[in-house]
Every structure is written in structure tokens, then in C-alpha cells.
Write a protein that binds this ligand. Structure first.
Ligand SMILES: Nc1ncnc2c1ncn2[C@@H]1O[C@H](COP(=O)(O)OP(=O)(O)OP(=O)(O)O)[C@@H](O)[C@H]1O
Length: 761
């Protein structure tokens, strides 16, 4: 069956700016929508249109026949040149502006470091050469006779033009009298002049010799030394330099476009390989010249269409092999403000994992946290500061990758600002932060329940503190606090109680995953993170177990600064660095596990939220001795300023949550002989044991009382069951909800084992 031709329609009015003709010149075609609809097959299958040059379009009708659409056909691809918006054009140019002041001069620390390095370098070179002057003098003396003969021989050869002799002989052998005569005449003319010059030179030297002979001995020795030096230099064997190198030349190969292309094509990325096969010249484009950038080379590259920076990041080790550099020198980065395929490849001269970053805090007399805390340096050697005021920090990694070392840096920075109230909770019990105990308003180090309860108390107190501060800030006159935020000026007015309060929870998974305190602690932390920022309350959390049980999602979703050292997989990566971080190529899985001495990347991580773009940062390393020195200095500072409070001033901690161990308490009230017991009986006995804790449970009615214990036991994985029994005062036997004593005992054994393993790791 053949369709009726569709009703002719008007094509859209042509763009007046374009000189597009109405004839078809190629490219894909747009058929006016009404025509296309009219030409659709009744069963709804879309038709395929072919543009024709007479202003009609043929439409496959689906039954093998062709319908002709009348009207004007408009092309998708417009002829003529692009007409980019001039402002967009300028903005694009502005993004690629080269800095007027070189990058190393823009940071004071970096400039000082570079100048210091250059100074030391040349001092070393000068010292090295000066100590070797006797050796060089000896060498020159030995070489001087050969130099003398070379000089005299060369002088004679020049004077009598002996270099031309072989050519002249060749003309004789070829029996070419004309050429021979020409060359001989040239030689005679030369020799005539050169004999005069040579004679004058010899005469001058004789006069100089007579003058020197009449000079004091010192001058004579100096002249002799100069002559020996000159002859020594002339007499140098071709393969033996006079001066030794103070610095072995660097083996670092200059990064060139060929090397970069070679390294990208061996990564096994199909998008790159197929683009290279189709268009080897233009598949990988360099958007700026390859330049030196800090202690390394930087190449700005547009990857082939469809290839993302994340694809390349995954193959960093292969790239290192292709570039013949250690892995710690290869730092590919994306710039997705431009597009997903813009790769900034930085190849360092030094392996980052072998670099130990020094902290300026080691020598600082004091520090101002409103300026952020110096944290470490990026692979290019630029100092990186972490802002803490109005921020919260979450750090994570697998064990032994430098979390605690990073926490120490932040704790030390905070301690050196006496206006900061410092609360430290180190929930592993290894004492890594003990040096700062003397500066803390609240301090605990331990993995046992008491330590966890203390940390939970801290969060309860912090929550109250946040609410108090919110009211205090609201009450401040607008001229003092126009932005409703804590400023340095407000922080210094101690009476307002709005000074910075930095609370650190290292190994926080032990708190958030705790069966008794975990849930509430998670709620409190989330509340503090959301509201405390503008009020000067800063939470710093570090965990070695970033999963949803040990790190409530409310925390990982709301924290503002994230630092992720080496982790094993995508889930942990995104828990710390935020959803989609892995997908976007921010992958802390690329770091090598282990400490630097074993070639690992401990101390190196991705920092997100502290700088405009996510950055790889190597943290400054403070060992225990350096931390102790800083802590002692901070203590003296605080003591002088009368800022030692709470724990540091020897006050007893304020206890908010009474400490209790439910499982141990149940075992205490259920004798061994009683294998199974009703919940309600257990609750009554518990209330007798600790009325302040379990009293409210016992006050609950019937089912609620039973349910309370069931709920409290759930986090331990203990299930309740139907238990046959009789009331304690006597009465009829019945089946009611209860527990088995053995289940409690097993849970305690399991918990103790787990704690012992955690303490050992
Ligand atoms: N910034 C750094 N520079 C150099 N080495 C570092 C750095 N940070 C950590 N290290 C090395 O890594 C080791 C482990 O660091 P750290 O104890 O901080 O790890 P961690 O992640 O806290 O371990 P755990 O999870 O077991 O507590 C250190 O002993 C040190 O040798």
C-alpha cells in the first residue's frame, strides 16, 4: 500500500545571521516535524528520511515504498564559519593565561625554599671545587709540557700554513699545475704575513719575559703559575677533564611530546589506540607547550574523544614504566572545569614517596588557626594549608598509611594557637597523641569502654556547646558580628566563649561502631558537623574502617574537608572523599601501600575541599620527638596566657553518660545455674544493680519493658526467645520473652577477642 503524500509544511525561518542557501550542501538533514509526523507509518515505526536537492525529502514508508515529503529541508550542520560569542572566547583565553609571576615566586615559602636551595647548591659546588684546587694545580703542572709542545707545534703549523700541505700535494699527484700554482701563491702570501705576525709575537713574549724577570718573586711565581695553567689546559687529554663535577648530571629525561605520546599509547586504552590509528597526528593534542613547573615537567593534554582522565589514572603504573620514572614521580590530574578529557600530566624529578616534608610548625613560636594549618606539600613541592575554621575534617585510610601522623600535624597546629580549646580522643590506645595531653581541655587515649564512653560524653557536651554558642552568637550586636560567624576578634574575647574548639577523634570507628554509644555518638557528630562550623566548633575525625557501620553516612555526607590516604577499594574511597569521587578519577587506590622506607606512599593522600581542586598531598611528618617539642612549646604558651583549662589544668572530667557494660551486668544478675530467664526479670534485677541506668527501664510497662532489653541486645547480635518460667515471687508458670545466659557469655567472649585483635593491629 502506498501512503498519501503528506501535507506540505513551511520550514522554520532561516537564521538571518547565516548566509545559508536553500540548496542542500551535505550533512545530516532535519525534516520539519509535522512532515515527519505525517509521514510516520501507522504502526509508529519512525521513518528514515533522505534529503533530495529539489527541496523534497523521501521518506521510507515502512512497507518498502517511498513517500515524498514536500517543503524545505533544513540541515543540522550549518555551512559557513563558526560565530563564537566573543565573551566566551575571551573567557576561554583567560583560563589559559600564563602567570606573569612564575608560580614558584607566588608562594613565599616556595620562593624562600627555592632560593635557599639555589644558595646551598652553589655554596656546595664552590666548596667542592675549592678543596680540589691543589689537585687541579698538580694536574696542570703534569700536563703543561704536553701543552707547551702542542702550542709550539700549532704555532709553527699556522705560521707556515702546513695544514694546506696535503691539498697542495694532491694537486701535484693529480698533475694539475694550474691549481697547484694557485694554491702555492695563496700559501706564499699567507706565510709572508704570518711570519711577520709570528716574529712580533715572539718579540712581545721576550719583552714580557724580560719585564717579569725584573719583577718581585711573587709576580714571577704568579706569572709562572699562569703560564703553567694555560699550558696545562692546552695539554689536556681529550678524554680526561681537568675539573671534576661537583654534581652528577641528573638522569631525568626532558619531557617531550613524543615521550608523552609514547607513554599514552602503551597504556592499552582502546580509545587512545583507535584514535591514534585513524589520526596519529592529531589524536593526542597538546594545548600548551610542555614546561618546567616546580621540580618537574608539566604537559597539558587533550585526550582523544571519549577517553577520560580517569582511564589514564588507572594505568599510572604503566605510564611510569613508559616514562622510565619511578611511580612516585608520575602525577596525572584532570581539570574537569575545562572538560573530562583534559589531562595535566606532571612528571616530577623526585619520587614523592621518598620526600620527607618538613613542617613549619617545628620552628613556629605560635600559630593562628584562622590562617589554616600548614599540612604538607603537593607533588610540585608547593605548601598546602588546611583551613579549619568553618570546616570539619574527615580522614581515612587502611591501617598504617599515615592517618595518625596527619592528625598529629593538625593537632600541633591547633595546640600552637593558645586561643584554641583542644579536645583529643585517641581511641586506639597507643598514645600517639600523648604529647598534646598537657594542652587539652579534654583528653583520652584508649580502646576500652571507659575511653569510648568518655569520647561519647565529649560529643554530648559538644552538642550542648554548639547550642549554647548558637544562642551566644545570635545575641551579639550586628556591628561586632555582621556575618554571624566566629572571627579572630570574637574568638579573642574569651568572655564570650566563642573561641575555636577543635575536637579530634582518632580511630573514630571504635566509637561509632560501639554497640552502646555508637548510635547516639553518630547523631551528635552529625549535628555538630552541620551546625558547629560557623560557631567555631571543628570536628576532626580519622578512621581506618570507612564503611557504613563505622562511619555514619550523615557524617561522610556533610563533612567539608576530606583527606584519604591509601584505601583498598572504591567504596572506602567514596566514603571518605565523597560520592562519585572514584568515578571522577579521584582515587586513593592509586597510592602504594606501605611506609616510604619500603617504597610505599604512607603519608600521601587525596585532599578534597581544602583547595579549589582536589589535590594529592604528602603530609608533613612529625615524629614523636618533634611532636613533643611542639607540644611543650604550646604548653608554655598556653600556661603564659592563662589558657590551660579542664584536663590540662588537672580538673576532673565532667561525666555525662554513666559508664556501664550491659553484658557484664546481665552476667552479674543471672547466675550460672539459670540457663534461660525472662527479659522482665533481668530488667528488674538490673535496676536493682544500677538504678541510675536501668531504673527507667524497669519503670516501663509490660511489653515495653521486655522490648527495651530486646532492643539493647540487638547490636550484640543477641536474639531473645520464648522462655518457660515462673514469676520470682511465685505463681503460675508461663512462656514469655527471655534470653539464654550462654548467648550473653558467647557475645562477651567474641567482643573481648575482637578488641584484643584491634588493639594489636
Ligand atoms: N607524612 C609522612 N611522611 C613520611 N612517612 C610517613 C608519613 N606519614 C606516615 N609515615 C610513615 O607511615 C607509618 C605509619 O603512619 P601512621 O602510624 O600515622 O599510620 P596510621 O594510618 O595511623 O596507622 P594505624 O591505622 O595503624 O593507626 C609511620 O610510622 C611513618 O613511618
Amino acid at each position: 500500500m502506498r501512503h498519501d503524500p503528506p501535507t506540505p509544511v513551511e520550514a522554520p525561518t532561516p537564521d538571518p545571521r547565516s548566509d545559508r542557501p536553500d540548496v542542500l550542501t551535505g550533512g545530516a538533514a532535519v525534516v520539519p516535524i509535522e512532515s515527519a509526523r505525517a509521514g510516520r507509518h501507522p504502526n509508529g515505526t519512525p521513518d528514515r528520511s533522505n534529503a533530495t536537492t529539489d527541496g523534497t525529502a523521501e521518506v521510507a514508508a515502512g512497507d518498502g515504498t517511498t513517500a515524498v515529503l514536500e517543503g524545505q529541508v533544513v540541515f543540522v550542520d550549518q555551512p559557513g564559519h563558526d560565530l563564537p560569542d566573543w565573551r566566551t572566547d575571551l573567557e576561554a583565553k583567560a583560563r589559559t593565561r600564563q602567570p606573569i609571576v612564575p608560580t614558584w615566586l607566588r608562594s613565599r615559602t616556595e620562593a624562600v625554599d627555592t632560593l635557599r636551595w639555589v644558595g646551598w647548591h652553589y655554596l656546595h659546588v664552590s666548596g667542592y671545587q675549592l678543596t680540589r684546587t691543589p689537585l687541579y694545580a698538580g694536574r696542570m703542572a703534569v700536563r703543561a709540557p704536553r701543552g707547551f709542545f702542542r702550542l709550539v707545534g700549532g704555532f709553527i703549523r699556522w705560521t707556515f700554513d702546513l695544514e694546506g700541505q696535503p691539498v697542495r700535494m694532491a694537486t701535484v699527484q693529480k698533475a694539475d699545475p694550474e691549481a697547484y700554482l694557485k694554491l702555492s701563491r695563496q700559501r706564499d702570501a699567507r706565510v709572508r704575513l704570518r711570519v711577520w705576525v709570528a716574529g712580533l709575537t715572539v718579540l712581545t713574549l721576550l719583552i714580557l719575559a724580560v719585564i717579569v724577570a725584573n719583577q718581585p718573586t711573587m709576580v714571577q711565581w704568579a706569572a709562572l703559575a699562569a703560564i703553567v695553567a694555560v699550558l696545562g689546559i692546552i695539554g689536556k687529554p681529550a678524554d680526561r677533564p681537568l675539573i671534576e663535577r661537583a654534581v652528577v648530571p641528573s638522569a631525568v629525561e626532558k619531557l617531550t611530546s613524543d615521550i608523552v605520546i609514547r607513554s599514552l599509547t602503551v597504556l592499552g586504552i582502546s580509545g587512545i589506540n583507535s584514535a591514534m590509528t585513524k589520526n596519529p597526528k592529531d589524536a593526542i593534542r597538546f594545548v600548551a607547550p610542555i614546561t618546567r613547573d616546580g621540580p618537574g615537567w608539566r604537559a597539558d593534554i587533550d585526550l582523544p574523544y571519549g577517553v577520560t582522565v580517569a582511564d589514564v589514572m588507572d594505568k599510572r603504573d604503566r605510564m611510569a614504566s613508559a616514562l622510565r620514572r619511578p611511580l612516585g614521580c608520575i602525577w596525572p590530574e584532570g581539570d574537569n572545569t575545562i572538560h573530562e578529557g583534559r589531562l595535566i600530566l606532571w612528571v616530577g624529578d623526585k619520587d614523592l614517596s621518598k620526600t620527607v616534608v618538613k613542617s613549619p610548625l617545628v620552628k613556629a613560636a605560635r600559630h593562628d588557626v584562622f590562617k589554616g594549618i600548614p599540612f604538607g606539600s603537593d607533588p610540585r613541592g608547593r605548601a598546602v594549608t588546611v583551613p579549619v575554621i568553618e570546616h570539619n575534617v574527615l580522614m581515612g585510610s587502611q591501617p598504617g598509611q599515615g592517618k595518625t601522623a596527619s592528625v598529629r600535624v593538625l593537632a600541633s597546629g591547633a595546640a600552637l594557637d593558645p586561643s584554641v580549646e583542644l579536645w583529643i580522643h585517641e581511641l586506639k590506645g597507643t598514645g600517639d597523641l600523648d604529647p598534646h595531653e598537657q594542652n587539652c581541655h579534654r583528653y583520652v587515649s584508649g580502646i576500652e569502654d571507659e575511653a569510648i564512653a568518655y569520647a561519647a560524653d565529649s560529643l554530648t557536651l559538644l552538642r550542648k556547646e554548639v547550642m549554647r554558642r548558637a544562642a551566644a552568637l545570635k545575641a551579639l550586636p550586628p556591628d561586632l558580628c555582621p556575618d554571624k560567624k566566629v572571627t579572630r576578634q570574637i574568638a579573642d574575647m574569651r568572655s564570650l566563649g566563642l573561641h575555636p574548639l577543635v575536637a579530634i577523634f582518632d580511630e573514630c570507628q571504635n566509637l561509632f561502631a560501639h554497640p552502646e554509644y555508637g548510635d547516639k555518638a553518630g547523631d551528635d557528630a552529625e549535628f555538630i558537623i552541620k551546625l558547629g562550623r560557623a560557631l567555631g566548633v571543628v570536628l576532626i575525625l580519622a578512621t581506618q574502617r570507612p564503611d557504613k557501620d563505622s562511619l555514619p553516612t550523615g557524617i561522610s555526607a556533610n563533612v567539608s574537608i576530606r583527606f584519604c590516604l591509601r584505601v583498598a577499594g572504591q567504596i572506602e574511597n567514596d566514603m571518605i572523599l565523597g560520592t562519585s569521587a572514584y568515578k571522577n578519577g579521584i582515587r586513593a587506590t592509586l597510592f602504594v601501600p606501605g611506609p616510604p622506607k619500603d617504597g610505599g606512599d604512607a603519608g600521601t593522600g587525596y585532599l578534597v575541599g581544602a583547595t579549589s581542586m582536589p589535590k594529592v598531598v604528602k603530609t608533613a611528618y612529625l615524629d614523636t620527638a618533634a611532636t613533643q617539642k611542639i607540644a611543650d612549646r604550646a604548653h608554655a604558651l598556653r600556661s603564659g596566657a592563662g589558657m590551660l583549662t579542664g584536663h590540662a589544668a588537672g580538673q576532673r572530667p565532667e561525666q555525662v553518660t554513666p559508664t556501664f557494660d550491659l553484658l557484664a551486668d546481665i552476667l552479674a544478675v543471672v547466675p550460672t545455674a539459670e540457663a534461660k530467664v525472662w527479659n522482665e526479670l533481668v530488667v528488674d534485677r538490673l535496676a536493682e544493680l544500677r538504678p541510675e541506668i536501668y531504673g527507667p527501664w524497669a519503670d516501663l510497662e509490660g511489653g515495653a519493658k521486655t522490648g527495651q532489653l530486646t532492643t539493647a541486645l540487638k547490636p550484640y547480635g543477641i536474639k531473645t526467645m520464648q522462655v518457660w518460667g515462673t514469676p520470682e515471687g511465685g505463681g503460675k508458670g508461663a512462656n514469655r520473652i527471655g534470653i539464654a545466659r550462654d548467648d550473653i557469655l558467647n557475645a562477651v567472649t567474641h567482643r573481648d577477642k575482637k578488641r584484643a585483635t584491634e588493639a594489636a593491629s
